[in-house]
Design a protein around this ligand. Sequence first.
Ligand code: CAA
Length: 257
Amino acid sequence: MADSKEVIVSVKDKIALITINAPKRLNALNRKIIKELHQCLYDLKYDANVRVVVITGAGEKAFVAGADIKEFASFSRKQGKELAQSGHDLLFNKIANYSKPVIAAVNGFALGGGLELAMACHMRVATTNAKLGQPEVSLGLIPGYGGTQRLTQLIGKGKAFEMILTGDMITAEEGLKLGLLNYVVAQEELLPKAFEIANKTIKNSPEALRKSIKAINGVFGNIGLQNEVELFGQCFGTSEFKEGTQAFLEKRKPNFD
Ligand code: CAA
């Protein structure tokens, strides 16, 4: 089983807990973490002792603050498109179509690729301090790991437009009202609540769970996701992308005038 400093896995009572462990950069997803998560999920899929997977982030500040901006700031269009495509292939679509229930335990900021990771999961529990958002437009980007599709599916077009076009973060309470979150609890209740839901699924037929996930996902096509990958890649060729990412790295506001 892949088990390194940045992705920690533990299994107890048929529940696997995956912790993304890079709190210094708010658990931002780089290629290494995505590959490790992919490997963990692959291993857990074939582990008969595991019936449900819970994904969380280390620390009390962030679940995942997005894709690692430092890693992709100098990418070309081609590399940008590959970043999105490989993210879908290795992780995001793998989770969405996983054969066992996957629950996100959102322990703080879930932004950009972090919110997209939570949305790829089948259910989401968050702490009261969690903040959710798709801030990519402030970087000269669009959401690239399924956000334009999964956010719209979860909360509807009007609110998805508002979140993506303003880039504003919303509170956990607002996320709950919108149906983006299933439950909001205090920090110390996060894993107990996620495990409570996990245990409710464990008593059911694994094959029926697998088929339920497949049937629910059958409603949504892949054309929208593919379109998002293309458009995400196109962003990398623009001067606005350079300005947006440089501004983040220099800790200043971007100037798109
Ligand atoms: N990528 C790389 N590093 C990140 C990061 C990210 N997405 N988010 C935070 N960090 C790093 C910061 O650079 C900082 O590192 P240093 O200490 O080396 O300077 C460290 O984590 C702590 O962050 P802050 O000092 O910024 O903490 P804060 O409390 O002042 O702000 C925050 C917290 C509002 C979450 C802020 O960090 C932030 O805005 N992060 C970026 C959020 C974002 O834009 N996410 C989308 C990324 S693009 C994406 O995900 C594309 C996609 O869909 C595929």
